[in-house]
Design a protein around this ligand. Structure first.
Ligand code: NDP
Ligand code: 8X3
Length: 253
C-alpha cells in the first residue's frame, strides 16, 4: 500500500536514461513519483515494476497547453509536488551550424528551453504557496564548455544554467531550493542514439571509455534532495575521470 503522506516528485523524461534511474532511486528513497514522458507504455512498465509509488502520466513538455493544464489534472493526493526534476531534453545532430536542420534546432529549443520554462511556471506557484519545494534541472557540461556541433544544444544548456541562478534570486527568502545538475559524458541512456540516429555511431561515442552512468546521476540527485533544508546545491558538475577540458583549439592551416 502506498504511503499517501510520502512526498511527491515529478520527473520529466522518465521513459529512458536518467529519468528512469532517478525514478527508481527516488522511490527507493521513499518518494512517490509522477513519472512523465511521451512513451506511455514505458511509463506503464515502470509503474508495474515499482508499484503504487509511481503514477504514470503522459506529458509532452513541448505541448504548452498540456503543461499548463498539468497542475489541475493531477489526481487527488498527487497535487502537492515537492520535487520537480526537469530532466526531459535532447540533442539532435552534431553538424556545424550552417549545415544543421533548423527544425532540429527548434525541437531542442521547444524541449530543452520552453519545456522547462513551462513546467517550472506550472508547478512553482504551488510550491511558493506551500513554501516548500525543490527544482532540479538537468543542465550539461555543454552549457559551460563549447565544442563543435554543440551550437544550439549547448546554448540550451547555458539557458538552464542562468535560469536556475535567476530562479534562486527570485526565490531568496522562500524555503524552495533550485539546483542545476551538469554532467559530462554519460552512457547507458538513449542520448546519443537520439542525437545521431544510428546505433553504431551512438556506441562509438563511448568506445574505450568508462562514462558516467544514469545511476551516478540518480545518486547525485538523491543526495541533493536529501541535503538538509538549510543547504542549497546551486550547481554541480561531474565528468567521468576519462574526460577533461583539454585546451583551446588553434587553426594552423
Ligand atoms: P535519453 O534520451 O535516454 O532520455 C531523454 C528523456 O527525455 C526520455 O525519457 C524522453 O522521453 C524525454 N523527452 C524528450 N523529449 C520530450 C518531450 N518533448 N516531452 C517529454 N519528454 C521528452 O537521454 P538522457 O537520459 O541521457 O538525458 C536526460 C537529460 O540529461 C537531457 O536533458 C540531456 O540533455 C541531459 N544530459 C545528458 C547527458 C548524457 O551524456 N547522456 C549529459 C548531460 C546532460 P519520451 O521520448 O518518451 O518523451
Ligand atoms: C551531454 C554531454 O558532451 O554530449 O549533454 O554535450 S555532451
Amino acid at each position: 500500500t502506498t504511503n499517501t503522506t510520502a512526498p511527491v516528485a515529478l520527473v520529466t523524461g522518465a521513459t529512458a536514461g536518467f529519468g528512469t534511474a532517478i525514478t527508481h532511486k527516488l522511490v527507493k528513497d521513499g518518494y512517490r513519483v509522477i513519472a512523465t514522458g511521451r512513451r506511455m507504455e514505458r511509463l506503464q512498465a515502470l509503474a508495474n515494476e515499482l508499484g503504487e509509488a509511481v503514477l504514470p502520466l503522459q506529458l509532452d513538455v513541448s505541448d504548452k497547453s498540456a503543461v499548463r493544464a498539468l497542475p489541475a489534472s493531477l489526481p487527488a493526493g498527487w497535487q502537492e509536488v515537492d520535487v520537480l526534476v526537469n530532466n526531459a531534453g535532447l540533442a539532435l545532430g552534431l553538424e556545424k551550424a550552417w549545415e544543421t536542420n533548423v527544425d532540429d534546432w527548434e525541437t531542442m529549443i521547444a524541449t530543452n528551453i520552453s519545456g522547462i520554462v513551462e513546467t517550472t511556471r506550472a508547478l512553482l506557484p504551488g510550491m511558493v504557496s506551500r513554501n516548500r519545494g525543490h527544482l532540479i534541472f538537468l543542465g550539461s557540461t555543454a552549457g559551460r564548455y563549447p565544442y563543435p556541433g554543440s551550437n544550439v544544444y549547448g546554448a540550451s544548456k547555458a539557458f538552464v544554467d542562468r535560469f536556475t541562478q535567476n530562479l534562486r534570486s527570485d526565490l531568496l527568502g522562500k524555503s524552495i531550493r533550485v539546483t542545476n545538475v551538469a554532467p559530462g559524458l554519460c552512457g547507458g541512456s538513449e542520448f546519443s542514439l537520439v542525437r545521431l540516429k544510428d546505433e553504431n555511431k551512438a556506441d562509438a561515442v563511448y568506445e574505450n571509455t568508462s562514462p558516467l552512468t544514469p545511476e551516478d546521476i540518480a545518486n547525485t540527485v538523491s543526495w541533493i534532495v536529501g541535503c538538509p533544508a538549510h543547504m542549497n546545491v546551486n550547481y554541480i558538475e561531474m565528468m567521468p575521470t576519462c574526460q577533461a577540458a583539454a585546451g583551446l583549439a588553434v587553426d594552423r592551416t
